[in-house]
Ligand binder design. Structure first.
Ligand code: NG1
Ligand code: ZN
Length: 587
């Protein structure tokens, strides 16, 4: 009863605006901020239930990433710090869209359906839910979600701990009120605790959730310390003679998208005290969030962000997106109208792959690793990866895998390897290390610190271990990405130019086509082949074969109401023509 009235009372403060239907897409719920409070409130409820179900700490992040400042969004971080399990996404949709009319509430089904009763366990200060009476079918969420697991609750699940949720938000002005809505959603579940972690980058919140569930220190300060310590460790392991940068200018200038990432990078920078980093576009004082700035803008438009110009020619530049989970590098040409040299996610991936592969080759030289464990390195890309990057990686002898667009798919595939590197071309990606491989590295590096001389193999083990701590194991993280890129460039003695010359991107073109129903396009093979409508793929093939190095695919967007067309060919003109022809086929 206490649970029921709690939900009734708090949900009446967050009524769903008329005619609004939301859907939990690849990046959670994302809408104009003005209509989001009921959605965020309900995500708070869902997160608390997810926490009970998993008996783990769960995260709720309020951000709309690279979208405009008037938008906002909300997503859930699962116990391992990754995205919400796909199996729960339909529950999110059902709960977020369940009617909230006062009448319905008074009929008590919304409240009643997620009624959880707690009973003080004997000899225990911990509470355990014992029963629930779901009744309203309209809340399918409750019917298939809560009912389903409550059925098992008394026998299979021992809910020994109450729900615990970490809340974070980016710098959007709507964030504060939305965070409060999330908090009220969480605390409408009896016993649930919500901790406001404040203004964070998306990857920081994911990192904290993961750390909490691993039982390691998980404050923001711990995050900064882990990153800076592992960065220093990598710096110390740079081969002698290489530590001085070969280029004239060792400075890095970072575009913070006027979002949360700039300020956080400044904190890291102070802590590190070794890198020469200048941050521009680091807050609202300097301009509007994501407006002519940020990684999405730089990568899509292939132009320098606001605040950068020919005065920066020759300097290494980088751009973060609004919530700092994407990173691209670029350099500005001396002539003011020339296009920038973009170093996108594919090239960051390639740099990481070259470095990791080098370390593994040092390790593999040792006899014992051959006998015990040959670590598997896997690369994961999507169809948007530039074909030249895939060719380059395959030429290095690496295994390249493809998944559909969306971080959750890439992440899942990368977790199949001892070391899995994944990146989207737009700059979101990370490197995952398997638990067994990390244990193996730890044993090795302990040997080293206990006095052995430090062979190349042992240094390689230490470097890999440091990378596993520097790079975010939960999601792509622009801050750890910047640090890893910087230290690898120093290790290699490479300028941004040298890096950019690893391979030359094939010219490409992306287009959006507005269609009546984007779900009418159905794809297979990691979105490279259209299976519906019939005939479309044949028509695309007929066009594509006309072009040297032609490649083209179409897919429905997961975040916008459009079908996307991507084309690649040996010249820009050819890529443009191919994309335009195929766009007409889709229309
Ligand atoms: P959609 O709208 O499904 O193409 C976009 C990006 C993804 C990913 C998601 C989530 C492209 C072509 N697509 O997805 O890579 O970042 O947004 O934000 O860039
Ligand atoms: Zn983002």
């Amino acid at each position: 009863e206490a649970q029921k009235s709690l939900i009734l009372e708090s949900s009446s403060r967050f009524l769903i605006p008329q005619g609004v239907k939301v859907s939990y897409g690849t990046a959670g719920f994302r809408e104009d901020a003005s209509i989001l409070s009921s959605t965020v409130y309900r995500v708070g409820i869902l997160a608390a239930l997810r926490s009970l179900k998993t008996q783990s700490v769960i995260g709720v992040m309020i951000t709309a990433s690279h979208n405009k400042v008037s938008d906002n969004g909300v997503k859930i971080a699962d116990p391992n710090g990754g995205m919400l399990s796909q199996h729960w996404e339909p529950f999110a949709d059902e709960l977020a869209n369940a009617p909230s009319s006062q009448k319905l509430l008074q009929n008590s089904d919304f409240g009643g359906s997620i009624q959880v009763q707690y009973q003080q366990q004997q000899n225990s200060h911990l509470s355990k839910p014992i029963s629930s009476v779901p009744s309203n079918r309209r809340i399918l969420f409750a019917a298939c979600g809560i009912n389903h697991w409550l059925k098992f609750s008394s026998t299979m699940l021992c809910w020994s701990r109450p729900a615990e949720i970490l809340l974070g938000r980016d710098t959007r002005p709507s964030g504060e009120a939305l965070l409060e809505a999330a908090r009220q959603g969480v605390t409408s579940i009896v016993g649930a605790v919500a901790s406001d972690m404040g203004i964070l980058t998306t990857p920081q919140l994911h990192w904290m959730v993961r750390a909490r569930n691993k039982g390691i220190k998980a404050s923001e300060q711990d995050y900064f310390e882990q990153l800076s310590n592992s960065f220093r460790c990598l710096m110390d392991l740079i081969p002698t003679g290489q530590s001085k940068f070969d280029g004239m200018n060792d400075k890095l200038v970072v575009d913070g998208a006027n979002g949360v990432g700039g300020a956080k990078l400044q904190i890291l920078h102070k802590l590190l005290n070794v890198l020469d980093i200048e941050v521009r576009n680091s807050s609202e004082d300097e301009g509007v969030l994501n407006d002519g700035v940020g990684a999405d803008y730089v990568q899509k438009e292939k132009v320098a962000p606001r605040g950068f110009g020919s005065k920066d020619a020759g300097i290494r530049c980088a751009s973060l997106d609004g919530d700092a989970d994407r990173l691209v590098y670029f350099s500005v040409p001396p002539e003011s109208n020339a296009p920038i040299d973009l170093v996108d996610g594919d090239k960051i991936l390639s740099l990481f792959a070259v470095f990791i592969r080098e370390q593994l080759s040092f390790l593999n030289e040792k006899e014992d690793i051959k006998n015990i464990h040959k670590p598997r390195l896997g690369i994961v890309q999507t169809a948007y990866a530039n074909g030249a990057s895939t060719n380059y990686l395959k030429h290095l002898g690496l295994e390249v895998n493809f998944t559909p667009t969306g971080v959750k798919y890439l992440h899942e595939k990368a977790a199949d390897f001892d070391i899995g590197i994944y990146f989207e071309a737009n700059g979101h990606g990370t490197i995952l290390f398997s638990e067994t491989f990390i244990e193996w590295l730890e044993v090795r590096s302990n040997k080293l610190s206990s006095g052995s001389k430090g062979s190349e193999a042992e240094k390689a083990a230490l470097r890999l271990l440091a990378v596993s701590k520097l790079i975010n194991q939960a999601v792509g993280d622009a801050l750890s990405g910047v640090l890893l890129v910087e230290v690898i460039l120093k290790h290699m003695g490479w300028s941004i130019h040298k890096w950019n010359e690893l391979y030359h991107d094939l010219p490409s073109r992306q287009l959006k086509v507005k269609v009546a129903d984007r779900t009418s396009v159905v794809t297979a093979n990691a979105e490279t082949v259209v299976v519906r409508p019939p005939g479309l793929q044949d028509a695309i093939n007929t066009e594509t074969v006309k072009y040297t190095q032609g490649r083209c695919f179409v897919r429905p967007s997961g975040t916008e109401d459009v079908v996307r067309v991507y084309a690649e060919a040996s010249t820009q003109e050819a890529a443009d023509t191919l994309a335009n022809c195929v766009a007409k086929l889709v229309d």
